[in-house]
Design a protein around this ligand. Structure first.
Ligand code: G3P
Ligand code: CA
Length: 268
């Protein structure tokens, strides 16, 4: 049994720009999407959280401290949690200067803004629900935004959208709310538990460090269970050697800060 890859056509794994092309532009900003497009990357990953007044925004950490100038703008608001700031307050922050002064003025995008930018380039979106335990109902809310943006139509759902999370309950909820939307579970469940995950997720997305060919085969062996095509997108691979290693295991996708490096490695 030799499972075919998701990318099919023998083309190797798909390459996903992690938080946008985040080695080259500030993570999770529109500039990082632009950079991914410039590099010809088909897929973009992002992290979605919620503000105090209920807006969905794109940011990795649960605090604004590392990737914005929030400490300067709001010095008395430590520990600067996303959930304690309004969307208007977050919109004032500079999310680019910490990375490089050339990106001064980059903003923390709303989910809508991020999706618009991905759509502009006809890219595909690997959307992560980050820290879902902090944001009750974020699954339904995210699906609503995606629907409003036209991202739950047949074409997007079939080819251009995956919703993933470290939170198994969150992934299950997305699957139950909209079974047509592809989902991914971030982590490496024991092989014996994989069949129960296959009930609600289309992907098992493990960290690359301890990933083995046997594990990838174990996920692929479940193909057909619950009518799904079980895939593996691994993260976060930023060098050619590891990209070639996981490519050799038959992974379906490689999530990377350096999509140009990984694409070249798997093409070569
Ligand atoms: O897409 C996988 C990866 O993003 C998970 O880890 O911490 O970078 O969100 P993290
Ligand atoms: Ca992420």
């Amino acid at each position: 049994f030799s499972p075919a890859r998701a990318a099919d056509s023998g083309a190797g794994p798909v390459v996903i720009a992690h938080r946008g092309a985040s080695a080259y532009a500030p993570e999770n900003t529109l500039a990082a999407v632009d950079k991914a497009a410039e590099l010809g990357v088909e897929w973009v990953e992002n992290d979605v959280q919620r503000t105090k007044d209920g807006e969905l925004v794109v940011l990795h950490d649960d605090s604004l401290q590392r990737t914005t100038d929030v400490e300067e703008v709001f010095p008395d608001r430590a520990p600067w949690k996303v959930k304690d700031f309004t969307a208007a307050e977050i919109a004032r922050l500079d999310a680019g200067s910490w990375f490089d002064p050339a990106y001064a003025g980059a903003r923390v995008p709303t989910l809508e803004q991020f999706v618009h930018r991905v759509e502009r380039y006809d890219q595909k979106l690997l959307l992560e629900l980050k820290n879902p335990q902090l944001y009750p109902g974020i699954e339904r809310q995210t699906l609503k935004v995606l629907s409003n943006e036209g991202w739950l139509d047949r074409e997007h759902v079939r080819n251009r959208l995956i919703v993933q999370s470290f939170g198994a309950d969150s992934v299950r909820t997305v699957h139950e709310l909209k079974p047509a939307v592809k989902t991914g579970f971030l982590g490496t469940p024991p092989v014996a538990d994989l069949p129960s995950y296959a009930a609600f997720t289309d992907q098992i997305n493990p960290s690359y460090g301890s990933l083995t060919a046997d594990y990838v085969d174990a996920v692929h062996a479940l193909r057909g269970a619950h009518g799904k095509r079980l895939e593996v997108f691994t993260w976060t691979v930023n060098d050619a050697e590891n990209a070639r290693r996981v490519d050799g295991y038959g992974v379906d996708g490689i999530i990377t800060n350096t999509p140009d490096v990984v694409q070249e490695a798997v093409d070569g």
